[in-house]
Design a protein around this ligand. Structure first.
Ligand SMILES: Cc1ncc(COP(=O)(O)O)c(C=O)c1O
Length: 429
């Protein structure tokens, strides 16, 4: 748990954690859609934007610095993911564009007999590219792993049954952006490796919620977006070095033939790399604040890599407390699962906090989602939304929209309680 004192300091690192730009004090619980920016990222971005705005590969200082900022950004992301080297980090405009680019490159190797296995809780950024391969006849099938409907977890037995000798890709999210359910990546990775399929991880939702290690997971690719982790838009993909070299991404002829440049379309925005390095700096700072609780732990890592694991493990622990309060309430305030007028989708068991991120989707009986979020904003200054979140979950639950509350490190238990109290008032008379 973060102490109140530390939480205050964390919040002060985010210029808009307390109030929005219009001076309104509000609880920002729309983080799954895009987080608030951490001050360090914004300052670093502005400096790179103004001071090193020249394009790369020139002989003059501004251009050299732009190249340096990009390299430092790649190193920071490599440390964040424990990737072997900065050259394994590719950047792109969005996770969606990185997934499309990856699927196009893989499509060149496919012969129409193969299949791709995905899940029923994917964001469409990790579905449409594979469905497009099917439409073009480059794969035979896109196979959807069903969910255990009651708790929104993946049915791993079914996943195992869907994977066969023709499976070329298993592509799963690290956590569902609609339900918050985490995927058991180690198990899935084992099944993929048994048939020689590539394992691709969509970490866009999970990235801000806990430590990730591409070498431990053994994944071939992992994608995340800066704006889901306190940075501006712009996304990053780890790719296993041999695969980045072997596969043939679509590229223009004069662009370098070696990764990561060979995978990147157009020239880079150095300011985005400065910003993601700012996010990494923030977590190094956070690691120093919580280091006392980690003496002798995570010793398989060293230097900045360890600091990032320390910080994100502390975040994960803290967020579990928020999840517990959201599910079971506190004192005389009821949790989501105790409110008869609220239907929660996803994991509800407070004993299974390890298996979820602090992301909660629900409906309030008798009220439209739009009306609920409208009331939450107007009467309680809570920023949330009701949507489909581009998730396949809505097809599974046959519900075009769900209301979602998603928490990150700067949110407080008080904010969770404020939401619960507000929902309590929405009970039909
Ligand atoms: C799990 C997940 N994957 C992919 C995306 C798409 O990310 P981007 O907007 O960077 O394309 C999102 C966005 O909400 C997401 O939550």
């Amino acid at each position: 748990m973060f102490s109140n004192e530390l939480l205050k300091r964390i919040r002060s690192e985010f210029p808009r954690a307390e109030r929005d730009a219009f001076g309104k004090a509000r609880a920002f619980l729309d983080n799954g859609t895009g987080t608030l920016v951490v001050g360090r990222a914004a300052v670093a971005e502005a400096k790179a934007r103004v001071d090193y705005s020249a394009n790369v590969y020139g002989i003059f200082d501004e251009s050299k610095m732009a190249g340096e900022v990009i390299h430092e950004g790649r190193k920071a992301v490599a440390d964040l993911l424990n990737a072997p080297s900065p050259e394994t980090i590719v950047s792109g405009e969005s996770a969606t564009s990185l997934f499309f680019g990856l699927s196009y490159a893989m499509g060149k190797e496919l012969r129409g007999r193969e299949n791709v296995v995905v899940t029923n809780y994917e964001h469409y950024a990790n579905l449409s590219p594979w469905l497009e391969l099917k439409r073009r006849g480059l794969i035979e099938d896109t196979r959807f792993t069903p969910l255990n409907i009651e708790d929104g977890t993946l049915d791993l037995n079914q996943l195992g049954a869907l994977i066969d000798g023709d499976t070329r890709v298993v592509s799963v999210s690290a956590a569902s952006n609609a339900l918050g359910t985490k995927t058991q990546l180690m198990e899935v990775g084992k099944m993929a490796r048994e048939v020689g399929a590539y394992l691709i991880v969509d970490a866009v939702h999970h990235i801000a919620h806990g430590p990730l290690d591409v070498q431990t997971i053994g994944c071939d690719f992992l994608v995340f977006s800066g704006y889901k982790m306190f940075s501006p838009h712009g996304s990053f993909m780890y790719g296993r070095k041999e695969l980045l070299e072997e596969l043939r991404p679509y590229k223009v002829k004069p662009a370098p033939d070696h990764p990561p440049d060979s995978w990147e379309w157009g020239t880079r925005d150095q300011a985005k790399f400065a910003a993601i390095k700012g996010v990494v700096d923030h977590h190094e700072w956070l690691a120093k604040q919580v280091e006392g609780g980690f003496v002798g732990k995570l010793s398989q890592y060293s230097g900045r890599r360890r600091a990032l694991k320390v910080a994100l493990t502390a975040v994960e622990e803290y967020e579990k407390e928020i999840s517990r309060v959201m599910l079971t309430g506190s004192g005389d305030i009821q949790g989501l699962t105790e409110m008869p007028h609220v239907k929660v989708y996803g994991l509800k068991d407070p004993e299974r906090l390890d298996d979820r991120d602090p992301t909660f989707s629900f409906k309030v009986k008798g009220l439209r989602g739009e009306d609920v979020v409208e009331r939450l904003w107007a009467k309680h200054a809570i920023a949330m939304r009701s949507e489909d979140f581009y998730s396949r979950v809505h097809e599974v639950y046959e519900s075009p929209t769900l209301i979602r509350a998603s928490f990150v490190q700067y949110n407080t238990v008080e904010e969770a309680l404020r939401l619960l109290k507000a929902l309590e008032t929405m009970k039909a008379p």
